[in-house]
Design a protein around this ligand. Structure first.
Ligand code: ASP
Length: 449
């Protein structure tokens, strides 16, 4: 059995919903359908979730909310009319959108989440009605009924592990179940959402819960590209990725799937495939525990900017016990997260994301390094990018770093730092952000063409 999740762009209009219906009809194993809220129909359009945020803000500010209600209802209405749905479904949706503006504002820490969740909740009702009218034995299932019980952390819910038993019972149904993504209910029956983009998480949870054979995540691209399409003209999509490779690529900015969505499917050993609603015959990208065959060392190249490096050196640093700990203590005391720590014999760098620092914190770090740790040299370098060359099979290949460094040196790109973890899933290269695009182009050419 398959769990199928459709993202907002796949559900933004009647034309998109017709494609979704076709995809479900084509394969009788597609029995659990997780849906997002209607997304953008064009680049200038607004996602229903974002419209709900504006609606919430005006409601709590005591402003008139009619225009928001009308706009949101209109989004569903446009689809309902074009799909010739029976009028009762739109009435139900309209009431549910309007009712939000009667919920208590005071002492209601779940109000924001309740507004946001209405996007997916109403879309699931509409889609269930559409499917039922078109020959599918479909039923809308609220996450409460599905057993998605989550922690009481508004905007950042986590599934309570005890939920899985109840979710498994969904298997007993022979209908096609339409479940809204993005939210669950707390033990106290409050609506609580995952973080933004969290419908992917719902899909993964349901797939793990019912022990699906496959979790199909439908979006608007042909899977995961081997490099950013904004930099490489028509990069190829990666046929197969392992969870670890996906995690490495996601870390460096590949955002096709929500980060947290990998965990339930990974733990449940459920293979996941990213497919394109607009091109469903394309095989997309399958994410698996272990590569099935082939011996491709590098699967993808990702890059992410906005990194800073704190560089320091001290003569005989290697002999000083506790030096690294003291450096990290400085950061911990300032509540700073760090990401990488490449070292030399007498020097050490800490690489972190720009957002962790402020000019005051930077000054304080330098002061403590100089005064408390008595370093010979300390400086902070901004505008760095990290490049991740990813592939689990790099481990069994020789010369990949040589290929990468040659490609970069041929293009006059200076490597500031290079590191490879012992698991050899990725090679991380730090360069100046100005050269990021040129580096990706050079590496893509060296590894893939
Ligand atoms: N609609 C939610 C969002 O825009 C969740 C999702 O689409 O996955 O963040």
């Amino acid at each position: 059995m398959k769990v199928v999740k459709f993202g907002g762009s796949s559900l933004a209009s009647a034309a998109q919903l017709a494609k979704v219906l076709q995809i479900i009809k084509e394969d009788s194993e597609r029995r659990f359908v997780i849906v997002s809220a209607p997304g953008k129909r064009s680049a200038q359009d607004t996602k229903v979730t974002d419209a709900l945020i504006k609606y919430y803000r005006d409601y709590v500010a005591g402003n008139d909310v009619t225009k928001h209600q009308q706009w949101i209802i209109q989004r569903y209405q446009d689809m309902a009319i074009e799909l010739e749905l029976k009028p009762n479904i739109l009435e139900r949706i309209s009431k549910s959108i309007q009712k939000l503006a009667s919920l208590p504002i005071e002492n209601n820490k779940f109000l924001y989440d309740t507004f946001l969740a209405a996007g997916e909740n109403n879309n699931a009702k509409l889609i269930a009605a559409y499917f039922s009218q078109n020959g599918i034995n479909a039923r809308y299932v609220h996450p409460r009924e599905a057993g998605l019980i989550v922690s009481s952390e508004p905007g950042n819910a986590r599934l309570l592990p005890s939920s899985y038993d109840k979710i498994e019972e969904l298997n007993e149904s022979d209908e096609v179940l339409i479940i809204p993504g993005f939210f669950g209910v707390t033990k106290d029956n409050q609506i609580c959402t995952f973080s933004r983009g969290g419908s992917d998480i719902t899909g993964s949870i349901i797939a793990a819960g019912i022990k699906a054979d496959l979790y199909e995540n439908f979006t608007d691209v042909d899977g995961i590209f081997a490099a950013h399409p904004g930099i490489i003209h028509k990069p190829h999509s990666i046929p197969e990725l392992t969870y670890r490779e996906m995690r490495e690529l996601a870390y460096a900015g590949f955002t096709v799937l929500h980060d947290e969505a990998l965990i339930p499917a990974y733990r449940g050993k459920i293979p996941l495939v990213i497919k394109n609603t607009n091109n469903p015959t394309h095989p997309g990208t399958t994410i698996v525990l272990k590569h099935s065959n082939g011996d491709i060392p590098v699967v993808g190249i990702a890059a992410d900017a906005h990194f800073t490096s704190i560089n320091m050196s001290k003569y005989l640093m290697n002999r000083e016990i506790g030096f690294g700990r003291k450096v990290l203590q400085i950061l911990e005391d300032l509540n700073i997260r760090w990401e990488h720590m490449p070292t030399g014999i007498d020097d050490l760098s800490i690489i972190l994301r720009d957002r962790e620092l402020t000019p005051i914190k930077e000054e304080e770090i330098l002061r403590q390094l100089r005064q408390k740790l008595e370093v010979d040299h300390a400086e902070i370098e901004h505008d760095l990018s990290i490049i991740m060359i990813v592939g689990e099979k790099m481990k069994s290949h020789i010369g990949l770093t040589a290929t990468a460094t040659k490609a970069l040196s041929d293009n006059h790109i200076n490597i500031q730092m290079i590191s490879q973890g012992s698991s050899e899933v990725s090679i991380m290269i730090v360069i100046n952000s100005e050269q990021e695009k040129a580096a990706i182009k050079a590496l893509y050419k060296a590894f893939f063409t």
